[in-house]
Ligand binder design. Structure first.
Ligand SMILES: *[C@@H]1O[C@H](CO)[C@@H](O)[C@H](O)[C@H]1NC(C)=O
Ligand SMILES: *[C@@H]1O[C@H](CO)[C@@H](O)[C@H](O)[C@H]1NC(C)=O
Ligand SMILES: *[C@@H]1O[C@H](CO)[C@@H](O)[C@H](O)[C@H]1NC(C)=O
Length: 618
C-alpha cells in the first residue's frame, strides 16, 4: 500500500516536473526540541514544502557522532525507502509515510541532534534539526557514612565527615541539597569553611548519572539534637523540577561532661516500704562512669540509676553522685537528700478478744508513733466511732459484738496507714428479731422462715413444727432458716422459733396466712410500701367479708335450730328450759353445729357471741 502511494506520488511528481518553473526551493519543518523519558518512545516529525514540483525527491534522517554525519533512514520518490543498518538506532527506528522517525526504547545515548534533509534535485536541498532530550528520575537519595561518632572539640581545625548523600541513575545530572533541622545548607565547596560539601559524579554504563555529596562539618554540642537529611533535585519534561528526600539522621557526637544532674524520681513524700529511685547523669556524651555514695559508703548501681528497695527510716539522709569523666575540666559531684516518713505499728489495748456480759462497760485504746502528725480512729464495720484512739462503751448490748478496728493514718503522706483490731463478744441470752409474717397463695404451699437471733454463746434453735433447717451466721446474728409445708395446723397455729443458750432462751411465733391474690414476695412488698392506703383498704375489705360470712352462717344455724325445735315440739318430746341451757354451756351440742364454726379465729369468736343469745332465746 505504501508502495502504491509512493508510486502515485511519483506520478504526481512527474506531472509537477512537466510544469516545473525555475528558481524553485524546498522548506523543511521539524520541532526543534523533543523531550522523552528514558525507555519510552519518541516521534520526530519532518514536513516539507517545495515551491515547485520536483521530479525526484529524497528525504534522509541523519545523526552526528563526534562530528561525523551518519544516515539512519531515507526515502526516495522513486519508491525506495529504508532504515540504515549498523547504526546505534537501527533496530529501534521506524520511518513513517509522513517522513516521521519514531525511536522506541529511548536510551540516554539517543539524546542528540537529528537532521531531516530533503533533496529535490533541481528544486534544491534543505534540512532542519531537532534535538532530543532524554530524562530519567533518580532513585531516592540514600545516606551513608553517618555512623561514626564525632568528637566535639573547640580547638579542632579540620571539619569531619558527617555523611554521604547518594542519588543514583538520574538524567540529566541532578542536584543534591543538604538540610539541617529542615533548613537547606548553602552549597559550599571551599574546604577552608567549617561546613562544606564535596560532590562527585559518576557516569554509569547505562549513560545515567549517579551523584554523591559528602557533607563535612565541625559540629558543636548543640548539633547532637540536630536532624539532617538531603534531597535530590532533578529535571523532568516540560521544565518540571522535582525532588525526592532521604531519611533523616542525627549525629553521634562525643563531648565531655560539663554538668552533672542528680534527681529523685519519686513523686510525693517517701514512706517506709517504698522503693526510691534516683538518677544521676551528666550533659556529656557518652555518659561517664557514675558512682553513688551514702555517707562514704559506696552503693551498687547501674548506668546512673540507683534504686533503694523497701526503704526504712534509716535510709533517709544524704546521697552523693560522682561522675568520673577524664575529659571534664570540672569536678562532677552532686548530692541530694530525702526523708522517709513512717508510722509505727498500731497497738490496741486490750489486745486479746473481750467477752463482756450485756450491760458491762468496755474501754478500748490504741496508740502508735509517726514521723508526722497522725490520726487514730476506732471503727466498727464502716462506722467511725471515735477519733482520738479511745473508745468507751458504757453499757454493751448484744448488737455491740464484733470486730473493732483502730486505724492509724498520716494525712500528709498518702498511703501511710496501719491498723489493728480487737474482737468483742457480748455474752447474753438469745434475742430473736421480730418475726416477719408470711403470706402464701394456698394451703399446702411451701414456706421459708428466717429466725434471726443475737446472743452468746451461740443460740441453738428449735422449731415447732419442725422442717428442713439450715443455720448461718451473719455478723452478730445467727439465722436459722426453715422450709416446711403450710399445713392447716401451720395456718392455724403459726410456727414457733425458739433460740436458747446456757444463759436463757427466747421464742417468737411466725404467723402464716393465705393471701388470695397471687402476690410474689417482692411485688407485694413494693405495693405495700408504695401504697399504704391500698393496703389498709384491702385489709378492711377482708375483715368485712369475714363478718358477712359469719352472719350468713349464724342465720342458717338459727333456721336449723328453729326447724329442729319445731320438729321436736310436734313430737312433744322437748321441754324448753334449764336442761337445754346446760347443754350449751357444757358444749354438748349436736356435732354439726360446732363443726361449721371453722372460718378462722375471728369467725369463731363472733359466731360464739351469736351463739349465746341463740341458746338463751330458747
Ligand atoms: C520490707 O522491709 C520490712 C522490714 O524492713 C520487711 O518486714 C518487709 O517484709 C519488707 N517488704 C518487702 C516487700 O520486701
Ligand atoms: C484483725 O487482726 C488480725 C491480726 O492482726 C488480722 O488477721 C485480721 O484480718 C484483722 N481483722 C479485721 C477485720 O481487720
Ligand atoms: C430468709 O433469708 C434468705 C437469705 O438469708 C432470704 O433470701 C429470704 O428472702 C428470707 N426469707 C424471708 C421470709 O424473710
Amino acid at each position: 500500500m505504501e508502495r502504491t502511494m509512493l508510486g502515485r506520488f511519483g506520478v504526481c511528481t512527474v506531472l509537477a516536473l512537466t510544469l516545473q518553473v525555475c528558481l524553485a526551493a524546498v522548506t523543511v519543518n521539524v520541532i526543534p526540541e523533543v523531550e522523552v523519558i528514558k525507555g519510552e518512545m519518541v516521534k520526530l516529525t519532518c514536513s516539507f514544502t517545495t515551491t515547485e514540483h520536483a521530479s525526484s525527491l529524497v528525504v534522509q534522517w541523519f545523526i552526528e557522532i563526534v562530528g561525523v554525519r551518519q544516515r539512519i533512514a531515507y526515502w526516495q520518490s522513486k519508491g525506495d525507502a529504508g532504515i540504515d543498518a549498523d547504526t546505534l538506532l537501527s533496530d529501534r527506528l521506524t520511518l513513517g509515510s509522513d517522513m516521521s522517525l519514531t525511536i522506541s526504547s529511548v536510551t540516554v545515548e539517543d539524546e542528540m541532534t537529528y537532521y531531516c534533509q530533503v533533496t529535490g534535485g533541481p528544486v534544491g536541498t534543505s534540512e532542519a534539526e531537532t534535538v532530543v532530550k532524554v530524562f530519567n528520575a533518580p532513585e531516592k537519595p540514600m545516606i551513608s557514612g553517618n555512623n561514626q561518632a564525632i568528637t566535639v572539640s573547640h580547638d579542632s581545625v579540620s571539619s569531619s565527615e558527617v555523611g554521604k548523600c547518594t542519588s543514583r541513575n538520574a538524567h540529566p545530572e541532578p542536584r543534591i541539597i543538604w538540610f539541617k533541622d529542615g533548613l537547606p545548607l548553602a552549597g559550599v565547596k571551599d574546604q577552608k569553611e567549617k561546613t562544606f560539601m564535596i560532590p562527585s559524579v559518576v557516569k554509569e554504563a547505562s549513560g545515567l548519572t549517579t551523584v554523591t555529596s559528602t557533607l563535612f562539618m565541625r559540629p558543636e554540642k548543640a548539633d547532637a539534637k540536630s536532624v539532617f537529611h538531603c534531597t535530590v533535585e532533578y529535571s523532568m519534561p516540560n521544565n518540571q523540577i522535582k525532588e525526592d528526600r532521604s531519611e533523616t539522621f542525627s549525629l553521634s557526637l562525643l563531648y565531655p561532661s560539663e554538668n552533672v544532674f542528680f534527681k529523685l524520681m519519686n513523686q510525693g513524700p517517701i514512706k517506709e516500704g517504698d522503693d526510691v529511685h534516683m538518677i544521676c547523669e551528666t550533659d556529656g556524651n557518652p555518659q561517664p562512669e557514675i558512682y553513688f555514695h551514702q555517707m562514704e559508703k559506696k552503693l551498687a548501681a547501674s548506668a546512673g540509676k540507683l534504686v533503694l528497695k523497701n526503704v526504712t527510716r534509716n535510709d533517709a539522709g544524704n546521697y552523693k553522685c560522682e561522675a568520673e569523666d577524664f575529659d571534664a575540666e570540672v569536678e562532677l559531684v552532686k548530692t541530694l537528700s530525702f526523708s522517709v516518713h513512717y508510722l509505727d505499728l498500731v497497738e490496741v489495748d486490750p489486745k486479746d478478744p473481750l467477752f463482756p456480759s450485756q450491760g458491762d462497760a468496755v474501754e478500748l485504746q490504741c496508740k502508735t508513733k509517726s514521723s508526722d502528725g497522725y490520726t487514730l480512729q476506732w471503727k466498727k464495720d464502716t462506722k467511725v466511732l471515735s477519733q482520738n484512739g479511745v473508745l468507751s462503751l458504757q453499757s454493751v448490748s448484744l448488737s455491740d459484738a464484733g470486730v473493732y478496728i483502730c486505724v492509724g493514718a498520716v494525712p500528709s503522706v498518702p498511703g501511710l496507714q496501719k491498723q489493728a483490731n480487737v474482737t468483742l463478744t457480748v455474752k447474753g441470752k438469745p434475742e430473736i428479731d421480730t418475726p416477719v409474717d408470711v403470706f402464701i397463695a394456698k394451703e399446702g404451699g411451701i414456706i421459708t422462715l428466717n429466725c434471726s437471733a443475737l446472743g452468746f454463746p451461740s443460740p441453738q434453735f428449735t422449731w415447732t413444727p419442725s422442717g428442713k433447717e439450715s443455720v448461718t451466721v451473719m455478723g452478730n446474728n445467727v439465722i436459722s432458716r426453715i422450709t416446711l409445708e403450710a399445713t392447716s395446723a401451720v395456718l392455724k397455729d403459726g410456727v414457733t422459733c425458739e433460740a436458747s443458750n446456757e444463759l436463757g432462751m427466747d421464742s417468737k411465733k411466725f404467723k402464716v396466712s393465705i393471701k388470695s391474690e397471687p402476690v410474689t414476695d417482692k411485688d407485694g412488698n413494693a405495693a405495700n410500701r408504695g401504697n399504704p392506703v391500698f393496703k389498709t383498704a384491702d385489709r378492711q375489705q377482708a375483715g368485712s367479708s369475714a363478718v358477712v360470712i359469719a352472719v350468713v352462717v349464724c342465720v342458717l344455724l338459727l333456721l336449723l335450730l328453729v326447724a329442729g325445735l319445731f320438729f321436736l315440739n310436734k313430737k312433744g318430746k322437748l321441754s324448753c328450759g334449764k336442761k337445754n341451757k346446760k347443754d350449751v354451756a357444757s358444749g354438748d351440742m349436736k356435732g354439726g353445729i360446732v363443726v361449721e364454726m371453722k372460718s378462722g379465729e375471728k369467725g369463731n369468736e363472733e359466731s360464739g357471741l351469736l351463739n349465746k343469745p341463740n341458746a338463751d332465746q330458747c
